[in-house]
Design a protein around this ligand. Sequence first.
Ligand code: UD1
Ligand code: MG
Length: 447
Amino acid sequence: MSIATVILAAGQGSRMKSDIPKVLHKIASAPMLWHAMQCAAQIEADKTIVVVGHGGEATSAAAHEFNADAKIVWQKEQNGTGHAVQQAMDELNDFDGDVIVLYGDTPFIKPETLHKMLAARAQNSVVVLGFEAAIPGGYGRLQMQGDSLEAIIEAKDCTPEQLGITFCNSGVICAPASLLFSLLEDVGNENSNGEVYLTDIIAIARARDLPCTAITCSEAETMGVNSRQNLADAEAIFQQSARAATMENGVTLTAPDTVHFAFDTHIGRDTIVEPNVFFGLAVTIESGAIIRAFSHLEGCHVARECVVGPYARLRPGAELDLGAKVGNFVEIKASQIEAGAKINHLAYVGDARIGAGSNIGAGTIFCNYDGVNKHHTEIGKRVFIGSNSSLVAPVSIADDGFVATGSVVTSDVPEGALAIARARLEIKPGLGKRMMDRLRAAKAAKK
Ligand code: UD1
Ligand code: MG
């Protein structure tokens, strides 16, 4: 059976008090929208449609960054959740399968839960995801009769008695495409908001004698983000479960509460992550590496047996091969560091390749930018770069080359050569002491 997901992401999210569309606010370094899209990807949806409105250009761009095949449809005016789903009708005209409606601001729905809904769909026309709400507040109430879902009643339209129902609507709904749009045709906007409610399709389906039911998930799973406080709470929930899952996979976290993960961080078993480490998007770390305290990593790959930090910064495109070492106050961007190479202290490496077994001394700077363009530096195998050198790209230092400390290297160094570029040292016998004596005498004369 084919599956399509329709992700509602048109709302403004006014309680965020933001110029950015709500679904682009980030959890675990990724737009909230990506979390919903990831869930769609995990159930292998054949089609993903994102309904955009407020900040739609930016939302579309973010959707395509995650999935270039995602279809975008516009909802110019936000006339309700049912109206939002109707905008996807043209995209699903000849789609013969089930549609799952997800919300862009509800990031934690699990793929297993959607599978349960799809299984229940086999015996039901419409399946809704519900949860027992601690405080039902403004949620739509699920009116059940045994296992049969009879209606969803929005809080504003509830009788006092119906407000007492604690089984609530998460918003996630599953129905065959053709039926969903046929039910929506009958939905009006005679409610206290004057909106087209998606939730009204249940009563309409029941009037047509079609079976409907609800599947239950935990309240935490359906958590929606409406305010900055919710955003912070969602971040904390994500981090808590990412830490637990990482340790469960065999990674040691010395102080788990201080390690921050992105939504796609991958770490191999027996790697050790010391306190206060930040992982941004797109980091993969193989087994048996050590990420020492206070390091910041994003968009990088770290191979087995590497040691990173303390206080290291790996930026996008940093690739560390087997056993490479990157020490304190070293920044690496778009560079490959081959097996066993060492950059142990205070250096900037950008747009470079460093060959296996090379050693980059303290304070070395790869001068990759001329103010307009970025240039590449190529370092061969077993090269030694003395401390406090500047390598002015584009430049190469061939295998077994040696750069003397304090050199500014502006041309290529051939294999096995020594490059030295600094003023020659002069020694003046006795002059040091004579100068100091003169200065001391002058100071004493002033008293
Ligand atoms: C909705 C449900 C309610 C449920 C609750 C769960 C309806 C009528 N009500 O209420 O039963 O308990 O979610 O959180 O469906 N959106 C659009 N276009 C619109 C309106 C909304 O794209 O015209 C999007 C929003 O951006 C949001 C989602 O749909 O992602 C839900 O909309 P929202 O206004 O938050 O609905 P609730 O009132 O919370
Ligand atoms: Mg809401």
